[in-house]
Design a protein around this ligand. Structure first.
Ligand code: NAP
Length: 492
């Protein structure tokens, strides 16, 4: 079984011991004591921690060139590593290149003390999987455990490492794809038979490192691997929302971002089930692309031509559009009945399409205005029901509307400031629904409030769509209150 090692990067022996004991209570099997995190570690400190934590710890002195915190001169490093190899740690970690001339000595010392020697190498840039495999072989030739970490820019590169791992089943190894794109190598650590899963003790010491709780969760039988597919993903609060849902229901699993380049989407989906991924959210810009790559899509996804949720089961992929559900349920929860009401939708992208689909089904009279008029016309033409296209410059003369929906990103934090339409338009609406949820008090909602018009942000829709996706993946009713709390915290 893969051992979970919480990485402890504390500045003093006392603090390292405190953090290590906390990590054991949180479920770690081992701790990796990073002596390079001490400003100047001493053999006495090595002995102190070995006495306190030895059999459940890895002694590591990473060089700055290999991702370490503080460097030491060669003689000091050698003396410290000799001490680490002598003391009763479960493992000692040395480096393939920096420690090359002493590797035989360390291996002998470790063997004589009955401990395993990890020989490690950290690539400083993305490298082909075959090269990583060769270096791992070199590490394995010198130590009892070989460890290689390779930065990954793309999920494809990480999948290449997974393939190498699958071929290495009989060896004692650790093969990590660094960075968010490499997270699948960590998620599959147990499945690949990796010796150790390195997880964040107090704070992540390497990009893409799982936190300790997630690593422990993944150990459970049938742990759920869920994720978010899109590019870029920095803005998304879905990881916080779904992680909160898993935690609230005590379902073992993780929800992680898969930030993919366009060309990687198709191969990733093809590999996803083999990577044991059970569910995916899909966001900008892949909602339409993914719809065309699945075995089946549900009626809402078919009508809208876009998928925001994928369920993977029994070698079958099914796409859903829970934005449609989210908007529909959110209208209900706000008490907004749209039958024969007049609605103005701003925007003609994927979200606008989902909104128009719901509104037409509810019997509303729908008007769409978009910066690029041809896109609004194309959206109107894609529906059987009537959709009236209004020029943005004509909005001052149009209306009034029972509902105004902003389905553009205008008003999102970090983007265009100000509302998407002027006061003259806002005041002609009875209710304003801004799909933007970050910030929750959007410029459009501020304008509406100033003009005495009621409104809501997109948070409600976001939560309803997320809860439906969660139910599709897990079969459990989503804990929406906990999900809302996590969303509000993430947006604060
Ligand atoms: P999309 O497919 O990229 O479409 C964006 C639309 O907004 C297009 O019609 C675009 O017009 C228009 N637009 C973009 N920038 C604009 C600007 N500066 N001025 C005027 N119009 C502009 O995106 P989407 O998936 O539809 O998402 C739209 C918004 O809805 C995003 O903010 C997204 O976060 C939000 N959303 C929220 C939820 C929720 O649950 N609350 C769900 C889905 C989406 P052009 O055609 O001229 O480019």
């Amino acid at each position: 079984m893969t051992k979970i090692a919480a990485v402890i990067a504390a500045g003093t022996a006392a603090e390292a011991e405190r953090q290590a004991r906390a990590a054991f209570r949180r479920g770690a099997d081992l701790v990796e004591l990073r002596f390079d995190a001490f400003r100047r570690a001493t053999p006495a400190e090595v002995r102190t921690l070995a006495a306190a934590l030895g059999p459940r710890s890895i002694g590591t002195l990473r060089t700055p060139g290999q991702g370490g915190f503080h460097g030491s001169d060669l003689a000091t490093r050698h003396a410290l590593l000799q001490e680490i190899c002598r003391q009763p740690f479960r493992y000692a970690d040395v480096e393939l290149t920096s420690d090359a001339i002493h590797l035989e000595e360390y291996a002998k010392l470790a063997r004589s003390r009955g401990k395993d020697l990890i020989v490690s190498h950290h690539f400083d840039r993305p490298s082909p999987a075959d090269e990583a495999a060769d270096v791992l072989e070199a590490c394995l030739a010198q130590g009892t455990v070989g460890k290689v970490a390779v930065p990954c820019d793309t999920v494809d590169q990480a999948v290449g490492l997974v393939e190498v791992g699958r071929r290495l089943k009989k060896s004692r190894f650790v093969l990590i794809g660094m960075g968010a794109a490499g997270v699948i190598t960590r998620i599959l650590a147990e499945d690949l038979g990796q010796e150790i899963q390195y997880a964040a003790g107090n704070r992540a010491t390497a990009s893409g490192q799982l936190d300790l709780e997630a690593a422990v969760q993944l150990r459970a039988k049938n742990a759920l691997i869920l994720g978010l597919l899109g590019h870029p993903l920095g803005h998304s609060i879905s990881p916080q929302i779904h992680t909160a849902a898993l935690t609230a229901l005590r379902l073992p699993g993780v929800y992680v971002p898969f930030d993919l380049e366009d060309a990687s989407v198709e191969p990733f989906l093809r590999d996803a089930e083999r990577l044991q991924i059970r569910g995916l959210s899909v966001t900008i810009p892949y909602k339409e692309t993914v719809a065309g790559l699945l075995d089946e899509v549900d009626a809402d996804a078919e009508a809208v031509g876009a998928v925001n949720t994928v369920v993977l089961r029994d070698d079958w992929t099914k796409g859903h559009n829970t934005d449609v559900y989210g908007f529909r349920v959110s209208l209900r929860s706000l008490g907004l009945r749209m039958g024969s009401r007049s609605v103005l939708v701003l925007g003609a992208g994927g979200a606008a399409k989902a909104i128009v689909h719901v509104l037409l089904r509810e019997g509303a009279s729908v008007h769409v205005a978009n910066r690029t008029p041809d896109r609004a016309k194309a959206l109107a033409a894609s529906f059987d029901g009537p959709v009236d296209v209004v020029g943005v410059e004509d909005l001052d003369r149009a209306g009034p509307w029972d509902l105004l929906v902003n389905a553009t990103p205008v008003g999102t934090n970090g983007g265009d400031s100000g509302p998407p339409v002027g006061d003259a338009v806002v005041r002609k609406a009875h209710f304003v629904y801004d799909l933007v949820y970050n910030p929750q008090d959007t410029p459009l909602l501020q304008a509406a409030r100033r003009l005495g018009v009621k409104g809501t942000s997109g948070l409600d829709m976001l939560l309803h769509q997320a809860s439906k996706s969660f139910e599709l993946w897990t079969g459990h009713e989503a804990p929406i209150a906990e999900m809302r709390k996590a969303a509000e915290e993430a947006l604060r």
